[in-house]
Design a protein around this ligand. Structure first.
Ligand SMILES: *Cc1c(COP(=O)(O)O)cnc(C)c1O
Length: 243
C-alpha cells in the first residue's frame, strides 16, 4: 500500500448497504433452517481491506472479524475500532509466525497439524496464555487447500487434547468450489455430522461449540447445515484487490 490513499465515499456507502443486507440474509437463512438467528454469527473477513472500510462495519455493530495474514493484521490493528470485537486468524499459519500472533487474536481457526499446535501451545505457555483454536478440515481433500482430512481429525484432536495451553473450540472448513447449492451442501453436511459425532464423544479438553463454515457464495447453505460462524468478505467489502 504505497500509493496515496483516499477514502472512496461511494464504496463506504456500498459497504454499509452490503453489510446490512448480508446481516439480514444470515438471519433469514437461520430462520428458514428453523434455527435461532442469535446462534449464527457473522464474521467480517477483512483481508486486503483498508481500515476505514473495516471501521464502517465495526461502527455498524460487527463484533467479529477474520484476518488471513499475521503481518497484515498486525499492521492495521491499531487503526481499527476493536473495542468489544472478537478477532480470529483464519488464514494458513506458518510455525515461524506463531510467536507474533499468539495473544493478538481471540482465536486461531486454521490449525491443521500437530506441529503447528505444538508451537502454539509452547508460545502460549511462555506468554502465560491459553489460546482458543479451531481445527481446519480439508473436507474436499483438495491439494490446493490446507486442513486435515476428516479421517485424521480424531487422531489430531486426541493429541491436541493433551496440550494444556490450547483449547479446541470446534472446526473450520472451506469446501471445494461447487456448481450447485446441493453439491456444496453435501460437504457442509459431512462436516456437521463429524462435528456432532466428536461432540458426543466428549473428549477431555475438547469443546465442540463452533462450526465455522460458509463464505460469500455459500453461507446460506452452510447455515442450513449447522454452521454457527459464517465468514464473509467480498459480499460485504466488494471484490478484493491484491497489492
Ligand atoms: C477470504 C476468506 C473468506 C471470505 O471469502 P469471501 O468469498 O470473500 O466471502 C472466508 N474464509 C477464509 C478462510 C478466507 O480466506
Amino acid at each position: 500500500m504505497t500509493e496515496k490513499f483516499t477514502v472512496d465515499e461511494n464504496r463506504l456507502k456500498a459497504v454499509e448497504d452490503n453489510y446490512k443486507s448480508v446481516k439480514s440474509r444470515v438471519e433469514e437463512a437461520a430462520l428458514k433452517a428453523g434455527r435461532n438467528p442469535a446462534d449464527v454469527r457473522l464474521m467480517a473477513v477483512t483481508k486486503t481491506v483498508e481500515s476505514v472500510y473495516i471501521n464502517k462495519v465495526l461502527d455498524l455493530g460487527a463484533d467479529l472479524i477474520g484476518e488471513n495474514r499475521v503481518q497484515e493484521y498486525l499492521g492495521k490493528k491499531d487503526e481499527l475500532h476493536l473495542d468489544n470485537v472478537e478477532k480470529h486468524l483464519i488464514g494458513h499459519l506458518q510455525t515461524n509466525k506463531v510467536k507474533q500472533i499468539v495473544g493478538e487474536v481471540d482465536m486461531i481457526e486454521s490449525v491443521d497439524s500437530v506441529k503447528l499446535a505444538t508451537e502454539i501451545n509452547r508460545v502460549s505457555k511462555n506468554k502465560g496464555l491459553v489460546t482458543n483454536i479451531l481445527v481446519e478440515v480439508n473436507v474436499g481433500k483438495e491439494d490446493s487447500k490446507s486442513g486435515i482430512y476428516i479421517e485424521q481429525l480424531e487422531e489430531l484432536l486426541n493429541e491436541i487434547a493433551l496440550m494444556s495451553n490450547i483449547k479446541v473450540k470446534g472446526l473450520m472448513t472451506i469446501p471445494p468450489i461447487c456448481d450447485s447449492e446441493k453439491e456444496v451442501s453435501q460437504y457442509f453436511s459431512t462436516m456437521y455430522q463429524s462435528f456432532i459425532d466428536i461432540r458426543d464423544k466428549k473428549i477431555d479438553n475438547i469443546d465442540m461449540e463452533i462450526l465455522s463454515m460458509g463464505m460469500s457464495g455459500d453461507f446460506e447453505a452452510a447455515i442450513a447445515n449447522g454452521s454457527n460462524i459464517v465468514r464473509v468478505g467480498s459480499s460485504i467489502f466488494g471484490a478484493r484487490k491484491y497489492f
